[in-house]
Ligand binder design. Structure first.
Ligand code: ADE
Length: 242
């Protein structure tokens, strides 16, 4: 999979060199490129924003650097992947559709993603129109009902959620099957050794005996019940969908 990230803060994406994603990159499973949007400005101040037409607070990202950046990144990606390959372009945006595990799964099956980090109040609307007009698949994706300062943190989250689903990235693929949201429910509670633990307050806490029974059928049934109960308590909205 190829991923291109466009941002005015390339340093913000440094964590993509670490841990699981860093290893996936080194292993050649993900070809990830971070680009500075200001490379496609032409003035001395490398300006990417201007005041909103019609007035109002804050600044709006200018269309020209974005259009030039997309054209250049598209050409670069097509040189690597083939002239017929088109990217799926994702704009993290609090006004987008909710990003969820199913979205991560879908995007993990794409050959090429371009993640575009907006800043300030947002990007000039004509950028989206232009990209749609030239036949690009674009998505506005929201991490949740709150506002971040820009798309970079959302891109870190989206990239991690997507890349860990790329085959080969997570060593034990089984761990992807049983985790929260994989079946539409929250994950059951987890325990490890010691089975009997005296906490710092002197309270003895036993792991559920069933987990020591060796009866895999009963353990699976218990975990399913726990998942359902936990989902009912914390996220009843998910139960209707599941
Ligand atoms: N950019 C700013 N806020 C955001 C959010 N909640 N989700 C995705 N991108 C954002």
């Amino acid at each position: 999979m190829r991923i291109d990230v466009l941002t005015i803060f390339p340093e913000y994406l440094a964590p993509l060199e670490l841990s699981l994603i860093g290893k996936a990159r080194r292993d050649g499973l993900v070809d990830l490129h971070v680009h500075d949007l200001r490379n496609w400005t032409h003035d001395r101040h490398r300006t990417v924003d201007d005041t909103p037409l019609g007035g109002g607070a804050g600044m709006v990202m200018k269309p020209e650097p974005w259009a030039e950046a997309f054209a250049a990144v598209r050409a670069e990606g097509q040189a690597a992947l083939g002239a017929d390959t088109e990217p799926v372009i994702i704009f993290p945006n609090p006004a987008g559709t909710p990003f969820a595990q199913a979205t991560a799964q879908e995007w993990s099956e794409c050959e090429w993603l371009v993640l575009a980090c907006g800043r300030y109040e947002g990007i000039d609307e004509r950028v989206y129109e232009h990209l749609a007009d030239i036949g690009c698949e674009i998505h506005l994706a929201s991490l949740g009902d709150y506002v971040l300062n820009g798309g970079e943190v959302a891109v870190l989250a989206i990239t991690e959620a997507v890349v860990r689903l790329v085959p080969g990235v997570v060593g034990n693929a089984e761990s992807l099957v049983e985790e929260s949201h994989s079946d539409g429910l929250l994950e059951y509670p987890l325990y490890t050794r010691p089975a009997r633990w005296e906490d710092p307050a002197g309270v003895v806490r036993e792991a559920p005996a069933i987990l020591l029974s060796g009866d895999h059928g009963r353990i699976a049934a218990w975990r399913r019940e726990q998942s359902l109960e936990r989902t009912r308590q914390r996220r009843p909205d998910l139960l209707d969908e599941a």
